[in-house]
Design a protein around this ligand. Structure first.
Ligand code: PLP
Length: 465
């Protein structure tokens, strides 16, 4: 007889559409020998994006200490430039224990210092009267996801604690809030204004939640945004800071797509916050940008103005470190990659020139792909894609669908017809009565050119019933 087990209802409640029924159906189709194109997830190397040579050269050296023995030229056969070998050697020395040992739970000290240096160079907050980044308030994590989970777990202290989350949102947030037993309070960026924010957009749902007895403790902002691709303007960011200050909220700034702005200006929340005393948790990752190293699971969490924990004289930072210590440490290759992400290659070298070329190629290709796909959307009746291009996603609105069909049915039918794996808008949340889907604009050019006309044709037939 099969055993049954009662499982944690909060775990049962969690939903993660990005790997939900549509991708599951895609796996089935692939098993039957059908070609599928996985645009359901921002996983660039799965769709053929080449890794940045410099990153991989350093990682390969780090894994094999024999290549790093000084003066023996052991890396010569690998055709890796001396400056790269030297950098790898310095990183191993700075780590003290190399890649095979547990590290400090918050990650290697030298990497945390490099992260703070990067943030200071990027934001110049200290030059404008604010405080410099503190390496002791930086935690390295297994991807940005790890940092987001630590913060939400620590902040949600009971079933009436709420967190403001943009709708649509990346389901890490809804799933983690569900698992922690808190309340997700949705706020709706204004789609037709390019997903901009106003004071009311945030305060209306906040007040509504408060009137229902929810204690709202934090606001999540994803910038550039997954799934909409929107890049927030500074006015919207200042509204977030003002609301957070007035209502005593912490800001959780998910900035993993900060390199994916394709020529448009982007500002960090740390910079907009300046010297203001609002708790800020900023996340970054090696998974996105032009790096695309999702599988290596590297990221960081930077904390500013950590509050004190009620009833103790401990800072919230100490609680976050305690959480990290239960996981022993973030993986070391991810930590080394974070170092490479924030430090870059040795300047004025052949390696640096190649790096710059590869970076430009990846970002230019992404932008071109997004523009091509948008062009095909224009040929689809009643499909509108608001906002500029950011992150790695397009989130077109589908207009009116035939009776009995929502965006889930549309995406399923699109998959069956073309092999394109997308995620329907409802998987991220969306304004009531609207239909969307999210597509990661990552497939190779040839595939886009081949599949998009078939989508246009599919759309024409689908909406005409
Ligand atoms: C907005 C956002 N935050 C966080 C993550 C998770 O990134 P990581 O791979 O660093 O855990 C993703 C992944 O797609 C994302 O889109």
């Amino acid at each position: 007889m099969a055993h049954t087990v009662k499982v944690n209802p909060r775990v049962l409640e969690m939903q993660y559409a990005v790997r939900g029924p549509i991708p599951q159906r895609a796996v089935e189709l692939a098993r039957q020998g059908r070609r599928t194109i996985p645009c359901n997830i921002g996983n660039p190397q799965a769709l053929g994006q080449r890794p940045i040579t410099f990153y991989r050269q350093v990682l390969s050296l780090l894994e094999d200490p024999a290549t790093l023995v000084r003066g023996r030229g052991n890396a010569a056969h690998l055709e890796i430039a001396d400056e790269v070998v030297e950098m790898a050697r310095e990183m191993v020395e700075a780590s003290l224990t190399g890649p095979g040992a547990y590290t400090d739970s918050a990650g290697f000290g030298f990497v945390r210092e490099a992260v703070s240096g990067f943030i200071d160079r990027r934001d110049r907050v200290a030059d404008r009267g604010g405080v410099a980044s503190d390496p002791n308030a930086v935690m390295l994590t297994d991807g940005a996801s790890g940092g987001a989970v630590y913060v939400l777990e620590a902040l949600i202290s009971g079933p009436r604690d709420g967190v403001l989350v943009p709708i649509p949102q990346y389901p890490l947030y809804s799933a983690t809030i569900a698992r922690c037993g808190g309340v997700m309070v949705g706020y709706y960026p204004d789609e037709v204004r390019g997903w901009a924010l106003s004071r009311d957009t945030i305060e209306d749902p906040l007040r509504q939640a408060q009137s229902e007895g929810v204690t709202v403790k934090a606001i999540v902002v994803i910038n550039p945004c997954n799934p909409t691709g929107a890049i927030l303007d500074e006015a919207s960011m200042r509204e977030v800071v003002a609301v957070a200050r007035e209502h005593g909220l912490a800001i959780i700034a998910d900035e993993v797509y900060q390199e994916n702005t394709y020529g448009r200006p982007w500002t960090s929340f740390a910079r907009v916050l300046g010297g203001e005393d609002v708790p800020l948790f900023s996340l970054h990752s090696v998974s996105k940008g032009f790096y695309g190293e999702c599988g290596h699971r590297g990221g960081y969490l930077e904390v500013r103005n950590p509050p004190f924990v009620e009833g103790t004289d401990a800072s919230l930072l100490e609680i976050l470190r305690k959480q990290a210590s239960v996981n022993l440490c973030p993986n070391t290759m991810g930590q080394f990659l974070v170092h490479l992400m924030v430090s870059g290659p040795p300047p004025d070298t052949e390696t640096a020139a190649t790096f710059v070329r590869e970076r430009r190629q990846v970002l230019d290709d992404l932008h071109t792909k997004a523009t091509m796909i948008r062009g095909f959307f224009e040929r689809m009746e009643n499909v509108a894609c608001y906002g500029e291009t950011g992150a790695m996603y397009l989130f077109p609105r589908l207009g009116t669908l035939p009776p009995g069909s929502g965006d889930f049915e549309y995406c399923m039918a699109l998959l069956e017809e073309t092999g394109l794996v997308t995620v329907n808008g409802a998987g991220f949340g969306q304004a009531p009565g609207t239909h969307h889907l999210r597509l990661a604009f990552l497939p190779p050019f040839e595939l886009i050119e081949e599949v998009m006309p078939r989508w246009v044709e599919f759309h024409r037939r689908y909406v005409s019933g």
